[in-house]
Design a protein around this ligand. Structure first.
Ligand code: AMP
Length: 501
């Protein structure tokens, strides 16, 4: 049956024996293997009671099987719902209550905890090696599956964003949101079946899941699949790759590696960066060391990719390039929504086949984030210069981006404020050489309360995923406020600017 996204992938599949995933130890999953294993995964989902449109919540370590589970969901007409593997049970409880999945797939170590909050969903396991109860059931099934019929506008995935008010929102992404964006990127970044992508990103986020994996699939290319980013391993495997996609932290860390030289990268075709701002300094240092200009692009969970520096032509440091073909971008006055002329800073808005279908079960929020003419209000502040390059100058809502992950201060503040002895807190991002920004908390504690930096950090360990936990906590007498009573986070950022060197 016609299945919009998987048909687009299938139509571009190379010969069955061509590699799709290459493991560092030399094992590989071929395109023929992909076809068979994703069919078995789809069969296992149906056997577990998953019906078209049902959500499948997945919190697992990165593995080839996990990616086959994504494709199995697509083929079975289910909605893939990946969750950051660092989320605690307290955090997962909200996502499961909100998304009401029919099936939860998790690491065996979390099975018991998740079963207790599953609300009737079936629970299966998949471990870091890609083994577990789900794979066992899938392996017993035939390697063929009649794909469930899905059209362009049917949902393929829901990815949760962090919420500014502490509530995460599920971004609903359709089959065509994903297919159209991947096909555009294959084209503009010139991917071909001979490309081999060095893939060290997580696959619960739009960057590693959709940008990296869907582009590889739609080009019939291969990818070297690493469980996590390790500079030594990256340098050791680079000779076998042709391109790399990474968050700015990858580039900063690789620049610290003595093996990064012009000779070691001479065979590489493309280095792509995104998910957080790449410092112009890093761009220049990389090009001095390797002779390659990093290609920076801009996207977000809700929109897939919006802009990219050109493949041919100037990749301008500190900019995110031009709107992709088929994507319209404009800068508006944040208050009135009126388009602004070139070089004026305002709200970046985008429209195109890449832009999501709205927030899951949240029509009010969806309406609030779209203009009447269909443009999505990104929340990013920026400008478009006279040559048409988009520049991002800041984030509307004090979002912290640490190692490529978003942390909304409000969520961390709520956890700290709930601790006995805390009067109030302000959470800010401070410049950090490795992570881009380091999460930092400034806390006012009650007189006589026995709370110090270590106690606060320890208390947060079971409440928040590691990337959200403050790297430093400062105890103060009071927080600086403006005349309207608002905490002046800019003052705090200036006061503690040098904390991470
Ligand atoms: P996420 O939804 O996790 O992908 O985060 C999206 C946000 O990351 C965007 O709204 C931007 O604030 C930021 N972002 C993504 N790419 C870039 C980039 N190249 N430069 C600056 N910020 C970026």
């Amino acid at each position: 049956m016609p299945n919009h996204l998987f048909d687009a992938i299938r139509a571009r599949m190379p010969e069955p024996d061509r590699p799709f995933i290459i493991h560092p130890d030399g094992r590989m999953l071929s395109y023929g293997g992909l076809d068979a294993l994703s069919a078995q995964m789809a069969g296992a989902l149906v056997a577990a009671g998953v019906r078209p449109g049902d959500r499948v919540a997945v919190q697992v370590e990165k593995s080839a099987s996990a990616l086959m589970l994504y494709l199995g969901c697509v083929r079975a007409g289910a909605v893939f719902l990946p969750l950051n593997s660092a989320y605690t049970l307290a955090e997962l409880d909200y996502f499961i209550g909100d998304a009401e999945p029919a099936l939860i797939v998790c690491d065996p170590g979390k099975r018991e905890g998740l079963a207790a909050i599953a609300r009737g969903a079936a629970v299966e396991t998949l471990d870091a090696a890609g083994e577990g109860s789900l794979l066992q059931k899938a392996s017993a099934l035939p390697p063929a599956f009649v794909d469930v019929e899905r059209g362009a506008d049917d949902l393929a995935a829901i990815l949760y964003t962090s919420g500014t008010t502490g509530r995460s929102k599920g971004a609903m992404l359709s089959h065509d949101n994903l297919a159209s964006n991947a096909l555009t990127l294959v084209d503009v970044w010139r991917f071909t079946p001979s490309d081999v992508l060095l893939h060290a990103l997580p696959i619960f986020h739009t960057h590693g899941l959709f940008v990296a994996s869907n582009v590889t699939l739609m080009a019939g290319s291969s990818m070297i699949f690493l469980p996590k980013f390790d500079p030594n391993q990256m340098m050791a495997l680079m000779p076998r790759a042709t391109c790399m996609m990474g968050v700015p932290t990858f580039y900063v860390r690789l620049l610290d590696h003595a093996g990064l030289t012009r000779a070691a990268t001479a065979h590489m075709r493309l280095f792509v960066s995104g998910s957080a701002p790449l410092l112009a300094d890093t761009h220049r240092a990389w090009s001095d060391r390797t002779g390659h200009a990093i290609l920076e692009r801009y996207g977000m969970t809700e929109t897939n990719m919006n802009t990219s520096n050109p493949y041919d032509g100037d990749r301008v440091a500190g900019t995110v390039g031009f709107p992709l073909p088929g994507v319209a971008a404009r800068v508006t006055d944040p208050e009135t929504g009126k388009p602004l002329p070139a070089d004026e800073i305002g709200m970046i808005e985008v429209k195109g086949p890449n832009v999501f279908k709205g927030y899951w079960r949240n029509p009010e929020k969806t309406t609030a984030e779209f203009r009447p003419d269909g443009f999505f209000i990104t929340g990013d502040l920026g400008k478009i210069d006279a040559r048409g390059y988009v520049h991002i100058v800041g984030r509307g809502k004090d979002l912290i981006i640490t190692g490529g992950y978003n942390v909304y201060p409000k969520e961390v503040e709520s956890e700290i404020d709930a601790m006995p002895g805390v009067i109030e807190s302000a959470v800010i991002g401070l410049p950090h050489k490795d992570f881009g920004e380091g999460v930092t908390a400034v806390v006012v504690v009650a007189k006589g309360a026995a709370l110090d930096e270590a106690a606060i950090i320890t208390a947060l360990e079971v409440r928040l995923a590691r990337f959200k936990q403050p790297k430093r906590v400062f105890i103060v007498d009071d927080l600086p406020r403006n005349t309207m009573g608002k905490v002046q986070k800019n003052v705090l950022r200036d006061m503690y600017r040098g904390t991470f060197g």
